[in-house]
Design a protein around this ligand. Structure first.
Ligand SMILES: NC(=O)c1ccc[n+]([C@@H]2O[C@H](COP(=O)([O-])OP(=O)(O)OC[C@H]3O[C@@H](n4cnc5c(N)ncnc54)[C@H](O)[C@@H]3O)[C@@H](O)[C@H]2O)c1
Length: 353
């Protein structure tokens, strides 16, 4: 039997009423490149009011954010205590980071002022793990040099001798989401995998990973890949002493944070031929250098400039995360972080309070 209203046009909606769009938060997106804008605008679908600036956020540019309840920084932005204080005074209540790492935010300052900090805790760990593998293959088989040589009409193979990764020992320093994704790839290639982490990962153990103290991992590995977050305890975890422990033929790859390596010590190790090859997607003084074109200027940083001169070093500008899949996920999560903050909901991405 039908309802009493059926056929009488009462209570039956014939016209589709468009959903009411409520603009939730006014958000300033800093260090915004055109691709950031494209992915965020697509995921936003007009629900938050987004403003984009290319400027890097730091003490000198913080006034740009005055009056914005939400600010969306990236890894290059430097949110020290002074910057956080001025943001809070200007009305900002949430920092919605578009990154996993939050080492560029003074969390004590955020906590004491009552600022919420959210991040993108997880997005395609495969993007970074696959890039780390890419650096390993480029360095091992000298693909960066082969590319140039072939373009000059030179097809000699001299100097390009590599090694089979199958059967070699790879040490993964930090076996969280990215380290585990890399462990899967490398164990699939037939590497013996060693790990270092405060909390061993069951997934890595089931792949046959052997956990070691850092010193032993460095001494035994042919390839060392860094996947720890940058914290006071992990800063310069690869220092002169750590480099001395490594095999002189070993390869070191860093796709995590530049501050994990003492770069001056690394230059000395390269000059002394104490290390075989180095792949760096991150650099400790990259803020203000990366994500920009400095082609018309000189690079003032002598340590960085020296790193670029070694033929067994490949440097990329913090691009390991940069896949379509990761960008979509970062945009989606950043906007749902804003939704949750607006609705006073906590989620796993809340760093503080
Ligand atoms: N280059 C890029 O584009 C890019 C992109 C994303 C992430 N990252 C970097 O990669 C890092 C790792 O990301 P993730 O998603 O795998 O993080 P995660 O939190 O899943 O893993 C980090 C691991 O480090 C371990 N750890 C932390 N501090 C430690 C310490 N002091 N000693 C020993 N172990 C310690 C943790 O137990 C954890 O297993 C991030 O912190 C970020 O800095 C870089």
């Amino acid at each position: 039997m039908g309802t009493p209203y059926e056929g009488k046009g009462i209570g039956v909606c014939c016209r589709k009423i468009p959903p009411v769009r409520r603009v939730c938060m006014k958000c300033l997106v800093t260090s915004a490149r055109p691709y950031d804008r494209a992915f965020l605008e697509k995921a936003n679908d007009n629900r938050h009011e987004l403003f984009f600036v290319e400027s890097r956020l730091d003490r000198s540019t913080v006034s740009l954010a005055r009056g914005f309840p939400a600010v969306c920084p990236f890894v290059d932005d430097r949110l020290d205590a002074e910057c956080v204080r001025v943001l809070f005074e200007g009305g900002t209540r949430i920092l919605a980071l578009r990154s996993t790492g939050y080492n560029n935010v003074d969390l004590d300052a955020a906590r004491s002022s009552g600022m919420t900090v959210m991040r993108v805790r997880e997005y395609s760990p495969f993007a970074v793990a696959e890039f780390a593998l890419g650096l390993m293959l480029v360095l091992n088989r000298h693909i960066h040099r082969a590319y140039n040589r072939v373009r000059e009409g030179n097809f000699l193979l001299d100097g390009f001798l590599g090694f089979d990764m199958h059967g070699r020992t790879a040490g993964i320093v930090g076996t969280g989401k990215i380290g585990t994704a890399l462990a899967r790839i490398l164990s699939g290639m037939g590497c013996r995998i060693l790990g270092f982490d405060a909390r061993p990962s069951p997934a890595c153990l089931s792949l046959g990973m052997e956990y070691r103290p850092l010193g032993s991992l460095l001494a035994e590995s042919d390839i060392v890949s860094l996947h720890l977050p940058l914290q006071p305890e992990t800063r310069h975890i690869i220092d002169r002493e750590a480099l001395d422990r490594m095999k002189p033929t070993a390869m070191l790859v860093n796709t995590s944070r530049g501050g994990l390596i003492d770069s001056a010590a690394l230059v000395d190790a390269l000059k002394a031929r104490k290390i075989g090859a180095v792949g760096l997607d991150v650099y400790e003084e990259e803020a203000g250098l990366y994500f920009r074109d400095h082609g018309e200027e000189n690079i003032d940083d002598d340590v960085f400039a020296r790193l670029l001169t070694f033929s067994n070093v490949v440097v990329t500008g913090h691009q390991a995360y940069f896949t379509r899949d990761a960008m979509e996920e970062i945009a989606r999560t950043t906007l749902s972080n804003l939704d949750d903050f607006e609705a006073s909901r906590k989620n796993d991405n809340t760093v503080c309070p």
